[in-house]
Each structure stands twice: as structure tokens, then as C-alpha cells.
Design a protein around this ligand. Structure first.
Ligand SMILES: [Zn+2]
Length: 61
């Protein structure tokens, strides 16, 4: 988990310095995460505006 980063914009979790989804900067400082398997069937994903399956941070600093 230590090397994982989260996008400051869409909160997608990745190990890249830039988000592969929206190209925003990613941060090492984030807390908690949500696994989205099927964004179209997940109410939380829809509330968060998530359209791609993956792991998303709940909070990003
Ligand atoms: Zn992003």
C-alpha cells in the first residue's frame, strides 16, 4: 500500500505520478478506499461520479 497513490481529482488509486484516467497529479497522502467493480450498478460510484472500475480513495490530501 505504501507506494500507492491516489488522484487528486477523481481519486483513482494507482502507482503512477499522474492519473491514467484524467491525467491529474496523484498524491501519496490519502486515506481509505473503495473498490468499484461495476460503476453502473454501484450507488456510491454514481454519487462519486465514478465511471471506471477500480479502487478509489475516500480522502485525498
Ligand atoms: Zn484522476
Amino acid at each position: 500500500m505504501i507506494s500507492q497513490r491516489a488522484c487528486r481529482s477523481c481519486r483513482f488509486i494507482t502507482n503512477l505520478p499522474k492519473c491514467p484516467l484524467c491525467a491529474s497529479e496523484t498524491s501519496r497522502e490519502w486515506q481509505g478506499y473503495l473498490v468499484v467493480l461495476d460503476p453502473e450498478k454501484s450507488e456510491i460510484a454514481q454519487k462519486m461520479g465514478i465511471k471506471t472500475a477500480g479502487r478509489y480513495a475516500l480522502r485525498v490530501k
